[in-house]
Each structure stands twice: as structure tokens, then as C-alpha cells.
Design a binder for this molecule. Structure first.
Ligand SMILES: NC(=O)c1ccc[n+]([C@@H]2O[C@H](COP(=O)([O-])OP(=O)(O)OC[C@H]3O[C@@H](n4cnc5c(N)ncnc54)[C@H](OP(=O)(O)O)[C@@H]3O)[C@@H](O)[C@H]2O)c1
Length: 274
């Protein structure tokens, strides 16, 4: 039976770097994204490297499409790893779209793959450093629990909080809340998955050199001067973390977040004091 690794957002950036690494380790790779052309170009390169891979085009904010993705992956073999790297940054959409892609998308991915994963599997959701940097009183934590019972109510609670802020900062606030939710969701989902012998955790990247990171270069520069490592991270560096954390030998690592930011948060830099 083939060992399957599904990578949402696998057509570019961190997801694509991880596809190359885990593909080289013998996994059959399924990369996921909305843009078919991007996926096709990535698949061509993966095939050139001798990696067995296919593309699945879908929007992970749509549950039915995500369920079909999980079903398709299961048909290909045993789904061992899901690297959920798909996401939208504040520059890539309005506040609602960002919440849908990042928060609802994470609920959809974990729920859809819950049905198909077996003992020894691992799901890694991807957060962002803005979940750490943004003042915590902004996060509507009391509303996070509705992600498990009523998605519409959950979205309403999240957007009600976002809409308290002036229009020009709503995308940024939505991003921070959605990524804070990702950490909470992965942490609290570990118990449900643990009963099946599947691990769930989140990885929180700092500033990385990817198409998304390129849009944040100016902002990155204001923080990187305080970081222990004064440069942006490279996609291969986060790919190595994804691969290591997903490795079955890491069988006791679950229900936690791993921050990989070159020591940026450790520096104590504060966006309110920029
Ligand atoms: N780069 C950074 O500095 C940084 C920092 C902190 C956190 N992160 C997080 O790290 C993850 C990976 O980002 P990256 O830097 O590798 O950026 P990226 O190159 O823009 O990759 C994100 C990928 O997600 C896909 N995607 C977006 N929305 C989607 C949706 N609704 N359904 C399916 N696919 C979707 C995009 O493809 P399509 O547009 O074709 O769908 C894209 O290939 C993201 O979750 C991001 O929030 C990045």
C-alpha cells in the first residue's frame, strides 16, 4: 500500500518545499490548491525529480471539496501525513475570505481527514507568528468552541470581533484571529485524534521567503533586526521541521504548537511599540 502525504498549499512556498522533501523520502504526494496552473507546474517539477505526485485542485474553505480530497487520498493508499499549509495572508484577501481560508479551512481539513486516517498518522496545521504578536485580548476565544458544533455560528462570532475594528486593519485582525484559532484547534483536536492513534499539532512559522513572505518583506525588516537570526527563513528550513514533526518516530509529539521564527518572538519585539 502506498504511503500518502497530502499537502494543502503544496503548489508553492513552504508546502511545495515540503512536497519535494517528503517525496524524496518515498511518500506519494498529493498537492492541493485552487490554481490549477500552479499545481501543474509544481507536479511537472516533482515528476522531473522522480517523485510520484498528483495535483488535486480544491478550495479548502469548502467542506464538500475537502471531503472529496480526503476520499481521493484514501483511495490512493494509506494517508500517513497531512501537511495543511494552505492559507491567505492579510494582503491576499478581505477579512472574510481570510477567515474562511485559514480558520474554516483548518476545521474542514482536520474533520475530513479524521475519517480516513489510521494509527501512526499525523496532521500538521500551520499558524503564524501574528497569533503570538497580536495582543491576546483581541482573540474571541470564547467563540472557538463553536467550530465543533456550528460552523455558521463560529464564523459569525469570529467576524463580529473582526468587524469591531476599522476597515483598513480588518484583514490583519482576521489573519491574527484565524491563526490563533489554528493553534487552539490543533491543540484541542489532539485528544479526538489520539483515540485513533493519530497525532495533530501546529507549526508556527516566522517570516519566510515564499510568495506570501515576499509580500511581507517590509514588515519583516522591522522585526528581523531584533531576532536571534537576522534573516527570513528559507522554505527548506520549515519543510525540514514539517517532515521531522510528522515522522512516526516522533510518536509522542501531539497537541502542541512549534514556533519556528529565528528567535523573533523570543526577542520580545512588540508590534504596538514599532
Ligand atoms: N511566508 C511567511 O512568512 C509565513 C509566515 C507565517 C505563516 N505563514 C503560513 O504558512 C503557510 C504557507 O504559506 P507560504 O508562505 O508557503 O505561502 P504561499 O506560497 O502563498 O502558499 C500558500 C498556498 O496556499 C494555497 N491556498 C490559499 N488559499 C487556499 C484555499 N482556500 N484552498 C486551497 N489552497 C489555498 C495557495 O494556492 P492557491 O492560491 O492556488 O489556492 C498557495 O499555494 C500559510 O498558511 C501561511 O499563512 C507564512
Amino acid at each position: 500500500m502506498k504511503k500518502i502525504c497530502v499537502i494543502t498549499g503544496g503548489g508553492s512556498g513552504m508546502g511545495y518545499a515540503t512536497a519535494k522533501l517528503l517525496g524524496e523520502q518515498g511518500y506519494y504526494i498529493i498537492i492541493v490548491g485552487r490554481t490549477v496552473k500552479k499545481l501543474e507546474a509544481a507536479i511537472e517539477e516533482l515528476h522531473d525529480m522522480g517523485i510520484e505526485a498528483e495535483a488535486f485542485s480544491c478550495d479548502i474553505s469548502d467542506y464538500n471539496s475537502t471531503k472529496l480530497l480526503a476520499k481521493t487520498a484514501r483511495e490512493r493508499g494509506e494517508v500517513k501525513i497531512v501537511i495543511h499549509a494552505a492559507g491567505l495572508s492579510p494582503q491576499m484577501g478581505d477579512a472574510h475570505k481570510i477567515m474562511e481560508a485559514n480558520a474554516l479551512g483548518t476545521i474542514n481539513v482536520n474533520d475530513a481527514f479524521y475519517e480516513v486516517m489510521r494509527e501512526g498518522g499525523c496532521i500538521i496545521d500551520t499558524s503564524s507568528m501574528s497569533a503570538y504578536m497580536t495582543p491576546q485580548f483581541i482573540m474571541p476565544r470564547h467563540g472557538y468552541k463553536y467550530s465543533r458544533t456550528d460552523r455558521n455560528k463560529f464564523m459569525k462570532k469570529m467576524m463580529n470581533r473582526v468587524n469591531l475594528f476599522p476597515k483598513k486593519v480588518r484583514s490583519g485582525v482576521s489573519y491574527a484571529i484565524s491563526k490563533s484559532f489554528v493553534i487552539w484547534f490543533a491543540r484541542t483536536d489532539a485528544e479526538r485524534f489520539g483515540k485513533k492513534g493519530v497525532r495533530v499539532l501546529s507549526v508556527t512559522p516566522g517570516f519566510f521567503e515564499t510568495p506570501m513572505g515576499d509580500l511581507e518583506k517590509e514588515e519583516a525588516a522591522t522585526y528581523l533586526k531584533y531576532s536571534a537570526i537576522k534573516r527570513m527563513g528559507r522554505p527548506e528550513e520549515i519543510a525540514a521541521l514539517f517532515a521531522a514533526a510528522a515522522d512516526e518516530r516522533m510518536g509522542y509529539l501531539t497537541g502542541t504548537d512549534i514556533l519556528c521564527d529565528g528567535g523573533c518572538i523570543a526577542s520580545g519585539c512588540n508590534p504596538l511599540k514599532r
